[in-house]
Design a protein around this ligand. Structure first.
Ligand SMILES: NC(=O)c1ccc[n+]([C@@H]2O[C@H](COP(=O)([O-])OP(=O)(O)OC[C@H]3O[C@@H](n4cnc5c(N)ncnc54)[C@H](OP(=O)(O)O)[C@@H]3O)[C@@H](O)[C@H]2O)c1
Length: 268
C-alpha cells in the first residue's frame, strides 16, 4: 500500500470522489484520511464525518467543495489548520492569493485542477503553487502521477488554461460522443449500439494517436482519401473553421465564468 499522510477531504463529491477512486485503484492507504461532508454520506473504507473533527490539524487538507461555499467554510476550517498543513485546493477559479488571505497559517497552498478520468488513472491534473518547496512539489507530482498525466504550471494563467481544456474537457468530449451517437441513431442504429460504437471510436482514436505519436492531421489524413466520403464529411466540420470556432467559443465562455468565480471569491 502507498502511504498517505494524515489528510482531511473537506467535501467529497464528483471530483474528490474520483480522486479517491483512482488512488484506491493505485493501492493508496486511506487509514489516516478523514472525509468531512455535511451529508455524512459514507465512503467505503474511509472515516466520514459531518463536521470538522476536534483532532490535531492534518498534514494535508483537500478543499473539494464548490467555490461558492468557500467563505462559509473558511472561517471554521482555517483556525483548525496549522503551519504543518499543506492546503490543496481544487476550487475552480479561486486564486492562491485569495486562499492565502483566508488560510494565513498553513505551510503551503497548492492548487490542483484534475479531471474526472482520474478515477480510471487516466486523468490530467494541473498543479500550481507560489510557496511549495521543491520536495513538496515532487511529493505532490508523485501522488497525482498515480492518477495519470500531471503538469506543474508556471503561473496561474497556464493553470487556468489547462483547467479550461482538461478540467472541463470530459464534458465537451461527452457531448461530441453523444452527437456522434445521435447521428448514428438517425441513420437507423439502435441507441445502445450507436452509443457503444461512438464511445469506442473516440477512445480508440485517442489510444491509437497516443500509441503511434501521430498528430491529429495525420490521423484525419489516414482516414480520409482524396475525394472520398470522410473528406466530404470533414469539409462540413472544417468549413470556415466551424468546429475550431465552436470549441474556442465554448472554452472562452468557461474561462469567463472562471474569471467571475475568481472575482466573487476575492470579494467574499
Ligand atoms: N466535477 C469536475 O469535473 C471538476 C473538475 C475540476 C475541479 N472541480 C472542482 O471540484 C470542486 C467540487 O466539485 P464537484 O463537481 O465534486 O461538486 P459536487 O459533486 O457538488 O460536490 C461538492 C461537495 O461539497 C460538499 N459540501 C457542500 N457544502 C459543504 C460545506 N459547507 N463543507 C464541506 N463540504 C461541503 C458536498 O457535501 P455532501 O457530499 O455531503 O453533499 C459535496 O461532497 C469544485 O470546487 C470544482 O470547481 C470539479
Amino acid at each position: 500500500m502507498i502511504p498517505l499522510p494524515p489528510v482531511w477531504f473537506v467535501g467529497c463529491g464528483q471530483m474528490a470522489g474520483a480522486l479517491i477512486e483512482g488512488w484506491k485503484k493505485a493501492e493508496v492507504d486511506f487509514s489516516e484520511a478523514v472525509i468531512i461532508r455535511p451529508s455524512g454520506r459514507p465512503v467505503d473504507g474511509i472515516r466520514t464525518v459531518r463536521t470538522i473533527p476536534d483532532e490535531p490539524s492534518p498534514l494535508r487538507c483537500v478543499l473539494g467543495f464548490k467555490p461558492q461555499a468557500l467563505h462559509a467554510v473558511a472561517p471554521k476550517l482555517a483556525p483548525r489548520l496549522s503551519s504543518t498543513t499543506v492546503l490543496v485546493s481544487m476550487l475552480a477559479g479561486v486564486e492562491v492569493d485569495t486562499l492565502r488571505a483566508l488560510f494565513p497559517a498553513v505551510q503551503a497552498i497548492v492548487r490542483i485542477m484534475p479531471n474526472l478520468p482520474v478515477s480510471e488513472r487516466r486523468g490530467v491534473t494541473a498543479l500550481y503553487s507560489k510557496d511549495a518547496e521543491p520536495g513538496l512539489q515532487q511529493r505532490m507530482l508523485g501522488l497525482f502521477g498515480l492518477l495519470g498525466r500531471t503538469h506543474w504550471a508556471r503561473d496561474e494563467a497556464e493553470f487556468a488554461a489547462i483547467g479550461a481544456v482538461a478540467g472541463a474537457g470530459p464534458a465537451y468530449v461527452a457531448r461530441f460522443i453523444a452527437a456522434l451517437a445521435k447521428a448514428g441513431e438517425e441513420r437507423g442504429l439502435a441507441p445502445g449500439l450507436a452509443q457503444a460504437i461512438a464511445l469506442e471510436t473516440v477512445a480508440g482514436t485517442a489510444l491509437m494517436a497516443e500509441a503511434r505519436g501521430e498528430t491529429m492531421d495525420e490521423v484525419a489524413g489516414r482516414v480520409a482519401s482524396p475525394n472520398g466520403t470522410t473528406e466530404a464529411g470533414l469539409a462540413v466540420l472544417d468549413a470556415e473553421g466551424c468546429l475550431d470556432r465552436l470549441i474556442a467559443e465554448t472554452i472562452a465562455a468557461a474561462a469567463e465564468r472562471g474569471r467571475q468565480l475568481a472575482e466573487d471569491a476575492r470579494k467574499g
